[in-house]
Design a protein around this ligand. Structure first.
Ligand code: C2E
Ligand code: CA
Ligand code: CA
Length: 390
């Protein structure tokens, strides 16, 4: 394996070289820049991690973020700053919104052990990086072929109950079992599906597999409630409630076993039409979940108007809970909101015991994340479930 490359950009040369030392000890090849301009002139894309100071005299960190985004830089970005955490948060949000991969932040002065921890967690991320993210997106024709060849398969990730009820639940996450590239995650092909009118077909492939699997599990004595991700496009089809209703009937499934996950952004595209469809889905007894909650815009108003049964707290807040008080406050506020509006709250991206314990103490009802299990094929899910302590 190649040595991962880390670049430090900070006008404080001493701090920069300290970061380099720590990174070297963590197994990185390092380069240091004290001027952002110099970094930009020499940039060639061959970097895995960038540690970036926000406040620099010639060109500041925000400009570097813009530059990296224009160059579609794939590196993981760590932001350092002496400012308070609100500035760090907006820089972080800016980086993510510009399509960069944000890996963490450090408020100066920080302990070297904080840096080491962060770098070590990155190594883990690098190791589980999906192969799909490094290959070119598929063409519409390739994806169409894959859909016809049944190469799309559904994986299931458990949603764990934190409040002691023993209901079994899972989220269905689509994968492409590619004949050459192996198993590919949705980041690689969902955009192509959305852009070339294949997303409805994909959704129906997923819904059919999910319902068929669910009914098989029911026959085996495992009543699983499964959540399916709905794209904005599918949500605009006025026939959706009836078609889903028919499919549920075909598989003899109770509608309460199906949850549809909808993102705020999807909802906003054609709000009135979506509200019509969502209301009719809900009237049929299908549960609706608002996904990635906290990352959209008119959150509160949408929650009030649309008939959601559950809120999924976005993993960007959940993951930061352990070391960021503001993120923890947001999570708590969302859980309280859920309680007050009579909606279940689900936290996604739970990776540590600590995080789970805190969520439970705050009254969050369900949790999902690598701490419990990664998404897995249906038969594995069934076996996993048999051995999971209830
Ligand atoms: P999402 O709906 O937010 O799904 C959760 C994503 O978080 C999944 O990524 C899951 O593998 C990942 N995840 C779960 N636990 C953890 C954790 O502890 N830590 C971290 N870092 N990540 C965790 P995945 O499977 O790659 O899916 C990515 C996105 O693709 C999904 O995000 C969803 O928006 C979309 N997607 C997946 N399946 C479908 C589908 O059938 N239809 C549509 N339209 N979109 C789908
Ligand atoms: Ca989801
Ligand atoms: Ca989500």
């Amino acid at each position: 394996m190649n040595t991962p490359q880390l670049v430090v950009i900070d006008d404080e040369a001493d701090l920069g070289s300290l970061v380099c030392d720590v990174a070297e000890q963590s197994g990185f090849g390092v380069s240091q820049f004290t001027s952002a301009r110099q970094f930009m002139e020499q940039y060639n894309g061959c970097v895995d991690v960038i540690v970036l100071d926000l406040m620099m005299p010639d060109i500041d960190g925000i400009e570097v973020i813009r530059f990296l985004s224009q160059n579609q830089c794939p590196a993981q970005i760590i932001i350092m700053s002496g400012f308070d955490s609100t500035v760090l948060h907006s820089a972080q949000k800016l980086a993510s919104e510009r399509g960069l991969s944000f890996a963490g932040s450090l408020t100066k002065p920080f302990r070297l052990s904080q840096l080491t921890e962060l770098l070590e967690s990155l190594e883990i991320k690098a190791r589980c990086h999906s192969p799909g993210t490094t290959i070119e997106p598929p063409s519409a024709a390739e994806l169409k072929q894959a859909l016809e060849n049944n190469e799309l398969v559904v994986f299931f990730q458990p949603k764990i109950s934190l409040n002691g009820d023993s209901k079994t639940a899972a989220e269905a996450l689509v994968r492409w079992q590619h004949p050459e590239h192996g198993l590919l995650t949705p980041d690689y092909f969902i955009d192509t599906a959305e852009q070339h009118g294949l997303i409805d077909q994909l959704t129906w492939v997923v819904l059919r597999q999910v319902m068929s699997q669910c009914s098989q599990w029911h026959d085996q004595g495992l009543g699983v409630q499964v959540a399916v991700n709905m794209s904005a496009h599918t949500l605009k089809d006025l026939n959706l409630p009836e078609q889903i209703g028919n499919m549920l009937q075909q598989f003899a499934l109770d509608p309460s076993h199906l949850v549809l996950e909808v993102t705020e952004t999807a909802l906003m595209e054609e709000l009135i039409k979506s509200l019509d469809i969502l209301t009719r889905l809900r009237m049929r007894g299908i549960r609706l979940s608002i996904d990635d909650f906290g990352t959209g815009y008119s959150s509160l108003i949408q929650l009030y108007r649309a008939p959601f049964s559950e809120i999924k707290i976005d993993r960007s807040f959940v993951a930061e809970m352990d070391n960021d008080q503001e993120a923890a406050t947001i999570v708590q506020t969302i859980i309280d909101l859920g309680k007050n509006l009579n909606m279940k709250t689900v936290a996604e991206g739970v990776e540590t015991e600590d995080c789970k314990d805190r969520l439970k103490a705050l009254g969050c009802e369900q949790a999902q994340g690598y701490l419990f299990a990664r998404p897995m094929p249906a038969d594995e899910f069934f076996r996993w479930y048999q051995t999971y302590p209830h």
